[in-house]
Design a protein. Sequence first.
Length: 74
Amino acid sequence: MGGMKMTRDKNIEKLREALETIRTKQYPDVPMELLEALLLVEYNNLDNRTEAQSKSMKVLDDYLNKLADDSATG
C-alpha cells in the first residue's frame, strides 16, 4: 500500500510541475493554489467524473466568490 501512495504522490508532483510551467509562461494571473486545488480534486476522483466535476465547480465557485468579495471591499 505504501508503494501506491508514493507513486500517487510522484504522479501528482509531476502534474503539478507541468501545470506550474504552463501557468508561469501562459497564465501568470492564475494562482497556483487554484490549480493545485483543482488538480487534487480531479486526481482524487478519477473514478467518479460526476464527483470530480461537482467538486471542481465548487473550487472554482469559491475562488470566484472570493475574488468578487475582495474587489468589493478593496
